[in-house]
Design a protein. Structure first.
Length: 323
C-alpha cells in the first residue's frame, strides 16, 4: 500500500525519532508498511515516558511487526536543559498501556541515537527525511554535534507545536513543551522544516466506532491496536473530553510521504523558551508582522477522511503480513 495517491519512483527514505507512545506506534506501523516509504531506522527519546520505557516500547513494537530489518537506537533520557516531563496521564505507566505486547526485540544499535542518525546520513546515497514525533532533544543535539551532515537532510517533518492549539499547557504542545530549547535549535536551524501541529493532528482522529471495529477484528494487528487505542481514547476523553484517539504522529509520517494530505502555509515560527505561562509555545507569524522570513511549512488543514482511510489500510496490510 502507498500513502501517496500519486507515488512514482523511489520510496522516500526516512528516519523516525519517537517516544512511543500510542500514536508513535501507529506512526512506526504506517512507515513500515507503506511501499512509498523506506524506513531506514528508528531512534527513541524520553517524552511520553522515560527513555528506558520509550526504548522498550519501540523494541516491543518492532517485535509485533516482525520488523527485524529496521535498525533501532536509543537516545536522550533527559531534555537539554529542563527536567523531564512525561505524559503518564495519557499513555499510562508503561507508555503503551492497553494491551500485552510481545517480548522486546533483542537486537538494537550500540550507537547513541545522535550518532546513529549521523551514521545513517553518512552512509545513505541520498539525503534522508527526518520525522521526529517526540521531544526534539536528539535532533537538536545532532544539529549541534554534526553540522557537516546537515546537507544530508532532505527535510524535517515534525509532529509538534500548534498555531492556535495546545495540550500540555494552555500555551504549548507536549513535544515542544518538554524540550523548548531543543525545539528552538531546530526551528532556527535553517533546515527545510514542516510543522505538523495540533491544528491538524487533533483532527487526525479515529472515533470510538473505529476503535471498537478494530477491537472486534480477528486481525492480529488490528485487534491489539484496537485495545491500545481504546486505552488511549479513554485518557483523551478524561483529559481533553475528546471522543476518539488523535493519531498525531501517524499524520506526520503521512505528510512526509504525501504532503497533499494537509494544506500548509510558509510561516515564520518562533519557539518561546521563557515566560511563566507561555514556555513551549510555537509562535506562528500568520500575517508576517514580524518581517521575519518563513522558516517552516506549517500544516493548517487536513483531509480527515483520507487520513482515516489510510489508517485502516495500514492495519489491514499489517494483519495480512503478520498472520
Ligand atoms: O502532543 C502530542 C505529541 O506528544 C505526540 O507526539 C504524542 O505522542 C506526544 O509525544
Ligand atoms: Ca510522540
Amino acid at each position: 500500500m502507498t500513502i501517496s495517491t500519486a507515488h512514482t519512483g523511489k520510496p522516500l527514505p526516512i528516519l523516525i525519532d519517537c517516544d512511543p507512545g500510542h500514536d508513535d506506534m501507529v506512526a512506526i506501523m504506517t512507515a513500515y508498511v507503506a511501499t512509498d516509504i523506506d524506513l531506514r531506522g528508528i531512534t527513541t527519546v524520553a517524552g511520553n515516558q522515560t527513555g528506558e520505557k520509550t526504548f522498550l516500547n519501540a523494541r516491543r513494537i518492532l517485535s509485533l511487526l516482525k520488523a527485524d530489518d529496521v535498525p533501532l537506537a536509543r537516545g536522550c533520557d533527559v531534555p537539554l536543559v529542563r527536567p523531564l516531563h512525561i505524559a503518564e496521564n495519557i499513555h499510562g505507566d508503561s507508555g503503551l498501556d492497553g494491551a500485552d505486547l510481545p517480548e522486546p526485540r533483542e537486537a538494537y544499535s550500540s550507537l547513541h541515537a545522535v550518532d546513529f542518525i549521523a551514521d545513517q546520513l553518512s552512509r545513505s546515497d541520498t539525503p534522508l527525511t527526518l520525522v521526529p514525533t517526540g521531544p526534539l532533544t536528539n535532533i537538536a543535539l545532532f544539529i549541534r554535534r554534526y553540522p557537516e551532515l546537515l546537507s544530508r537532510i532532505e527535510r524535517i517533518v515534525l509532529m509538534g507545536g500548534g498555531v492556535s492549539e495546545s495540550n500540555v499547557t494552555p500555551a504549548a504542545e507536549f513535544n515542544i513543551f518538554v524540550d523548548p530549547e531543543a525545539a528552538d535549535i531546530v526551528f532556527r536551524s535553517g533546515l527545510p522544516l514542516t510543522m505538523v501541529g495540533l491544528d491538524v493532528t487533533n483532527r487526525a482522529m479515529l472515533n470510538l466506532d473505529d476503535i471498537a471495529s478494530l477491537q472486534a477484528s480477528d486481525g492480529p494487528v488490528s485487534h491489539i491496536v484496537g485495545d491500545l487505542l481504546a486505552f488511549f481514547a479513554g485518557t483523551y476523553k478524561k483529559v481533553f473530553g475528546m471522543a476518539g484517539a488523535a493519531l498525531h504522529d501517524a499524520l506526520a509520517v503521512a505528510v512526509a510521504a504525501a504532503p497533499d494530505i494537509v494544506t500548509a502555509r510558509d510561516l515564520h515560527v518562533a519557539v518561546e523558551t521563557k515566560g511563566d505561562h507561555t514556555v513551549g509555545r510555537t509562535v506562528a507569524d500568520l500575517y508576517g508582522v514580524t518581517g521575519n522570513a518563513p522558516n517552516a511549512s506549517v500544516a493548517m488543514d487536513i483531509d480527515t477522511n483520507r487520513f482515516r482511510s489510510l489508517m485502516f489500510s495500514v492495519f489491514s496490510e499489517l494483519d495480512t503480513r503478520c498472520r
